[in-house]
Design a protein around this ligand. Structure first.
Ligand SMILES: [Zn+2]
Length: 414
């Protein structure tokens, strides 16, 4: 009961911000509170954000024990998290702290701690931001994840039934269960939404579809929109925090009432940056000036929904996947993965699947069907011409299907 009341309280306290000055004043206050009370040995004692070091996942994990404020060792945390993954039972806790592993795309797994209070807050917030209006209808939510955690189960309350689908289970089983439960809200990684959209056995008719956990690519979005005759909403959520959501207009906004975001510019002209995040509320494992390895593209146009939260045109993937190539003068040149992606999908409408790996100056291109390779070749040569690049050596291969649990990266720099 305490938990439900907590979620309702949080739900009711989440406000919409339609005035930039009001938002800035709010952020200033929350930031000051955060810095004054982080309670962590790792971070400095200062009221100025610029006195705090900019950290990344590696530094965050290396200093796990001095950053967390609940005296949990890395060894202890890993033990609980791995045991949960193994048994698929995610109710294990250390005290009132849930432990989760972040899937991560680069192999270095992160570990995150969430207290009961933080989990309640998270649940109230995500419900307020993502539930279709009017807010107090009954909802059956189907949530697909690589691993469950107490964090997600906490939404099982009020008028909401929340069913967790384990991505490790076979697709056919998911389709059967979805058909039987008829969820009103479907939340899943983009590649799973894509597979569901392609299934002719699926009979569900959700009111809202939300893509999570990986980049939603335009061609997948188009397919899902067509199949379910509605917008695809997005949640930009990582273990470091719930960073952005789509509004009723379908546009992505940063959750600037949860996190303070500084921009590490990658290319100011095109609006590309990596976010450096400071979470106002995480206290068992404070997140301060944490730089994410994602490329976000800023949208400067205000949104019709009236929110003054900054808009994101899209989330493009990881900085690590920017291809390091050369221009015609043999000078180093950074080619954004999105350019390669577009060149490939515009080559032919027969392309069903593709992936690209750039390794030791060779671009390995995996295609299904492989018969489209001449068209893809032509389109890539055009791209190199447009960008003034030195021609890259290509090798073509048939596409290999990966596991559902693998986070998909269409374009990889190895
Ligand atoms: Zn909006």
């Amino acid at each position: 009961m305490f938990r439900k009341l907590g979620i309702v309280k949080e739900f009711l306290s989440v406000k919409d911000f339609t005035n930039k000055e009001v938002l800035e004043a709010y952020q200033k206050e929350k930031l000051a509170e955060r810095l004054a009370s982080h309670g962590s040995f790792f971070y400095p004692n200062s009221e100025k954000l610029e006195d705090f070091p900019i950290i990344n996942k590696k530094i965050f994990m290396e200093n796990f024990e001095t950053i967390n404020t609940v005296k949990i060792t890395k060894e202890e945390a890993f033990k609980v998290a791995l045991a949960s993954e193994e048994s698929r039972n995610f109710s294990n806790k250390i005290g009132d702290i849930s432990v989760g592993l972040s899937s991560g795309t680069s192999g270095n797994r992160g570990i995150f701690l969430v207290s009961e209070k933080e989990s309640i807050r998270w649940a109230g917030y995500i419900l307020k931001r993502m539930l279709p209006k009017p807010l107090l209808q009954r909802h059956k939510i189907a949530f697909f994840l690589r691993a469950n955690s107490n964090l997600y189960e906490s939404v099982n309350s009020l008028t909401i039934t929340f069913t967790f689908y384990d991505l490790l289970r076979p697709l056919e089983e998911h389709i059967e269960r979805l058909n039987a439960t008829q969820p009103t809200i479907l939340i899943a990684p983009a590649q799973l939404l894509r597979l569901l959209a392609l299934s002719d056995r699926l009979t569900i008719n959700p009111k809202k579809i939300i893509s999570v956990a990986e980049v939603l690519e335009e061609e997948d979005e188009a397919l899902i929109v067509q199949r379910f005759s509605q917008k695809v909403h997005q949640v930009y959520q990582c273990t470091e925090g719930f960073l952005a959501h789509t509004c009723e207009e379908g546009n992505l906004h940063l959750n600037e009432d949860r996190v303070y975001i500084e921009k590490a510019w990658i290319d100011k002209k095109s609006g590309r940056f990596s976010p450096i995040i400071t979470d106002f509320f995480r206290s068992s494992q404070p997140v301060i000036r944490y730089k994410l390895d994602d490329i976000l593209v800023l949208e400067k146009e205000p949104c019709l929904c009236g929110s003054v939260f900054e808009r994101i045109k899209k989330i493009e993937g990881r900085c690590d996947d920017i291809l390091k190539v050369k221009d015609k003068k043999r000078e180093p040149y950074l080619l954004f993965p999105d350019f390669i992606r577009r060149a490939i999908i515009r080559a032919s409408d027969k392309i069903e699947e593709y992936s690209v790996e750039h390794k030791e100056d060779v671009l390995h291109i995996y295609l299904q069907p492989i018969s489209v390779k001449d068209e893809v070749e032509k389109s890539l040569q055009k791209l190199y011409g447009e960008q003034g690049l030195e021609v890259i050596k290509h090798l073509y291969h048939p596409y290999k299907i990966g596991k559902l649990t693998d986070k998909r990266r269409r374009v990889k720099q190895l």
